[in-house]
Write a protein that binds this ligand. Structure first.
Ligand SMILES: *Cc1c(COP(=O)(O)O)cnc(C)c1O
Length: 191
């Protein structure tokens, strides 16, 4: 599945992708996504949150997104479960894994992933799979392989991995969803 990463793209770029039949879109900020999508007819579309989520935006995220790919801590799992209950609408969820254990990057550490998946399931969240963003300066393959192993041992089917620079590698390692921005839309506008 191709997730078209539409963050920072002008409305015409999204119009063009829709006209070409693209139906799955990824956004990395809740407010920006609201501005871009809440005024559109979203029938038949799937919106996926691929960026970090603060607990105080959990309700907004549940309202807008079909899939939240950035669950990375217990506190957020609780906030999402709460928001889902209040909204009567449960998003599908991916757990983001920080496969390179990078300080500046979001995601649960690989060693803590099994526990977070279990907690999220206990809270009633619909955990479908895993997401990762490998370190920019390393070969991506081993990171994709690690994500696939964590998914397999937890019985998870969805693997969101691979971006413009490495989606072919990700597909070789079993990606079910690649998140492609610049290779599809061209360079992003500055925010
Ligand atoms: C921006 C972004 C992408 C797309 O990146 P490109 O290199 O432009 O394809 C994919 N995943 C995440 C989480 C992103 O923030």
């Amino acid at each position: 599945m191709l997730t078209a990463v539409s963050k920072t793209q002008p409305p015409q770029a999204i119009d063009a992708a829709l006209a070409a039949g693209q139906r799955v879109f990824g956004e990395n900020r809740v407010q920006e996504a609201e501005a871009r999508w809440s005024g559109r007819d979203r029938t038949g579309l799937e919106l996926r949150l691929i960026g970090p989520l603060q607990t105080n935006k959990a309700a907004d995220a549940v309202a807008l997104f079909d899939v939240i790919e950035s669950l990375d801590r217990e506190k957020l799992a609780r906030a999402l479960a709460d928001a889902a209950q209040k909204a009567g609408k449960a998003p599908r969820v991916l757990v983001q894994v920080n496969t390179g254990a990078e300080d500046q990057k979001a995601g649960v550490l690989p060693k803590d992933a099994d526990a977070l998946i279990a907690t999220a399931r206990t809270l009633g969240l619909n955990v479908e799979g895993l997401m990762c963003i490998p370190p920019a300066d390393e070969a991506a393959g081993p990171h994709f392989a690690l994500l696939a192993r964590i998914a397999a041992r937890n019985g998870l089917k969805v693997l969101s991995m691979g971006m413009s620079g490495d989606f072919e590698t990700a597909i070789r390692f079993g990606a079910t969803h690649v998140r492609v921005g610049t290779a599809l839309f061209g360079e992003r506008n500055p925010r």
